[in-house]
Design a protein around this ligand. Sequence first.
Ligand code: UD1
Length: 417
Amino acid sequence: MSDWLVRGGAVLRGTVSVQGSKNAALPILAATLLTEEPVTLLNCPRIRDVENMLRILESLGCTVKREGDALTVDSRTASSFVLPTALSGELRSSIFLLGSVLARFGEADAPYPGGCEIGNRPIDLHLAGLRRLNASIEERDGRIRCRGGNLSGAVVDLDYPSVGATENLMLAACRAAGETTIKNAACEPEIVDLEKFLCACGFRVHGAGTPTIVIESVKRGHGATFRIMPDRIVAGTYLLGAAITGGDVTVTGAQPETVDTLLYRLKECGCIVTQRAESLRVQAGGRLKSVGFTATRPYPGFPTDLQPQLFAALSTADGTSVIAENVFENRFRHAQELKKMGAENRIVDRTAIITGVKRLHGAQVVAHDLRGGAALVLAGLKAEGETRILRAERIERGYERMDSVIAQLGGTVTRKE
Ligand code: UD1
């Protein structure tokens, strides 16, 4: 466990390059099991979730090697289809391994991922989809046992465009006999990145980024070298850092089109946004203006993963803002923490009504989840005095050395182990 101390009164200024995307890296790492040749990934972020995924791959028999920016996963030696309980419990995304382990070994045995900080997060859509591909699944004693020696392509119509279920089914379908069509698929950019990776390895997938994805059967893929896309949520977090502190931050190596909905909000807040092919600059000055209404939705809607950070910024804006959280049922736990810092907000079911205050003050707060923790760092930078964030190791699940990045921008975050 670690506490972070955030010194208030900072104005973030400068340029930072954005890390590789967590949500692209995790399913791509799971996909390395599909090929029986080494795969080299560039720009894979050094974050806790990735490290846990790598440990799980090693426990299945894969060899993992990092050399500078290159991470090589060799799954030729993989021999186990049983996912380790403790490590998988730490990482909800270990569920992606169900599809790829099943495709590789014809069998998979995984612990059931329990509920987590931001909601129940059931996996019914993953399991129903795998059953459509002819897997037989038994849920017993907190574990999921899948058999799928004869996976066969099918049409899977998802009741909801779940990101994880879409990715899991893409992985399971790559080596299944016949063609698979996923309808009502999630359209997130990370799914496009997964498709690019699979195609680089010789699999035949198309349609990612649209609601219909088609996967044709390929018995065996091959090795590849692949660069993981930039993390749009991390980019958005530092841009919101500029907004809340009245600063001027440029994020390089970004894909501006993937954060469109945030850029609209930043402009509405009164920030100047400059967009280039691979960089984004946000200049803020004076007090932010409130934003009437924001609703989180699947892509291309406003991302739920930026909701807490936007919430923090709007907590100091002039006027009242409303945010509806439509994706996860319990993702406002940062609201009560921000109140400890002097923020004013009220939660009614899945809607937050935020009345901006002129000043926040330092306080002792708790990072209940990854993005909620990042939101508290932003609020802490803006506040008067010092903020102590407990359980801040949760932030390390997704942000590579956030303290160093903030230092580069002129802020101070000190980690206390
Ligand atoms: C992924 C992202 C996460 C992001 C989320 C939504 C990764 C590693 N994580 O999570 O950062 O916040 O997308 O953009 O990529 N649901 C079901 N049954 C299922 C699956 C999902 O009811 O079988 C529900 C969930 O409870 C949730 C909603 O669908 O309410 C969205 O979940 P989903 O899109 O699956 O998110 P994740 O893949 O878990």
